[in-house]
Ligand binder design. Structure first.
Ligand SMILES: Nc1ncnc2c1ncn2[C@@H]1O[C@H](COP(=O)(O)OP(=O)(O)O)[C@@H](O)[C@H]1O
Ligand SMILES: [Mg+2]
Length: 368
């Protein structure tokens, strides 16, 4: 038996792994309870590390760190398994409305056409790609685009009646994401009816009528703007938090600021700002062009004191992927534009986890 083998005890392994810190939570992974299983067979070591989201931005880094620390300790063979159990918000009011949904994230924008739906569908698809169970609720009464962007155009969801006589809608599934859209239920000219003050109430009803099943994340594509409908919606649906999509132009940024204030008013935490169409990637050369004033989103985030969640390039492939019914993160998973969306999605997942693990759980008044 070699000298090094002597060090292999569960205690020494825990001690060495406690050098690994979770940067978001600011604590080591052992005291956080992330080290779930330790197996020692002579000089072979197997450990299982369970994170709070499979979309953890530093997952690979932590795995590599654990491997090298255990090798240093004297293990000749190391197997580090990374798993995840998404943490949910401890909010009884949310449980009452969406009992098996752990987190709801609103994707909002001060104005239309900034790429809110493109970002929202890619966020949902990215989280699903990382292994989470994800739902997508398209509540954009002004322009529901989930049927097109998830390739579900013309489809109708099934409906069934519960033993209590409640009608339940069954979401359609596209590329592993459960999708429900206001667009499945209305014809184009029906939109007019929804524009009245009843819209928020009808949307809330619509949301609770859906049988989502167990979900780690429910992504909510909000109607653009900061008017009454948006305000009522953000107040009445139980939200873990919101992200705001903007483009770099000053006008869009001014609207993003309004969006942020709206969520603050109703005590919905804003996880941060995403800048879409930050720069253009030329399809032929790959050269980046800053068409608009790139960096405006970051400046606005700094000024407003919220995190900046990342920049998304403007590319032809991203637009085509949306039109073809499959988000770019799935259609071209290894492209630079997919990488940009993945980074944003991981930042959002980390922000959600951090909030659930640390922040005082504020419980805004939710009207049921
Ligand atoms: N990053 C991007 N690259 C290329 N096209 C984009 C990008 N973001 C959005 N688009 C395109 O811009 C149009 C508007 O985007 P959409 O996501 O529908 O915006 P919104 O939901 O804010 O109205 C769509 O045709 C979409 O494909
Ligand atoms: Mg949209």
């Amino acid at each position: 038996m070699s000298q090094s083998g002597i060090n292999m005890t569960e205690e020494s392994i825990r001690k060495t792994l406690s050098q690994i810190n979770d940067p978001d939570l600011g604590r080591d992974i052992v005291s956080l309870g992330f080290v779930k299983k330790i197996e020692i067979a002579k000089e072979k070591v197997g450990v299982t590390i369970e994170l709070t989201t499979p979309a953890c931005p530093v997952k690979d880094q932590m795995k590599a760190q654990a491997e090298s620390l255990l090798t240093e300790l004297g293990a000749t063979e190391v197997e580090v398994t990374m798993t995840a159990q998404v943490v949910g918000q401890n909010n009884p009011k949310m449980r009452a409305v969406l009992p098996a949904v752990k987190n709801t994230i609103a994707v909002a924008s001060g104005k239309g056409g900034v790429g809110k739906s493109t970002v929202a569908t890619n966020l949902a698809s990215a989280l699903a790609r990382e292994g989470s169970s994800v739902g997508f609720l398209d509540a954009d009464i002004y322009g529901p685009s989930a049927p097109l962007m998830f390739g579900l155009d013309g489809k109708r969801p099934d409906m069934y009646e519960t033993s209590d006589g409640d009608r339940k809608l069954v979401p359609l599934v596209a590329h592993g994401v459960k999708v429900m859209s206001i667009g499945f239920l209305m014809d184009a000219d029906q939109a007019v009816i929804w524009r009245g003050p009843m819209a928020a109430g009808a949307l809330r009803q619509f949301m609770t009528d859906v049988d989502w099943g167990d979900l780690d994340y429910l992504i909510f594509d909000m109607p653009p703007g900061t008017g009454d409908i948006q305000l009522t919606l953000s107040q009445t649906i139980p939200l873990t938090g919101a992200v705001i999509v903007t483009t770099p132009q000053e006008l869009a940024l001014a609207d993003a600021r309004k969006g942020l204030r709206m969520f603050e008013r109703v005590q919905v935490p804003v996880f941060g700002i995403i800048e879409n169409m930050s720069y253009f990637i030329a399809p032929d050369t790959g050269t980046e062009y800053d068409i608009f004033s790139r960096g405006g989103g970051k400046r606005a985030a700094d000024e407003l004191g919220v995190p900046f969640l990342g920049e998304i390039p403007l590319t032809i492939e991203t637009r085509k992927a949306g039109d073809d019914g499959m988000a770019i993160v799935l259609k071209q998973p290894d492209s630079p534009q997919a990488d940009a969306f993945m980074l944003v999605a991981r930042n959002v997942a980390a922000a959600v986890s951090t909030r659930n693990m640390t922040a005082e759980q504020t419980q805004p008044e939710i009207i049921l």
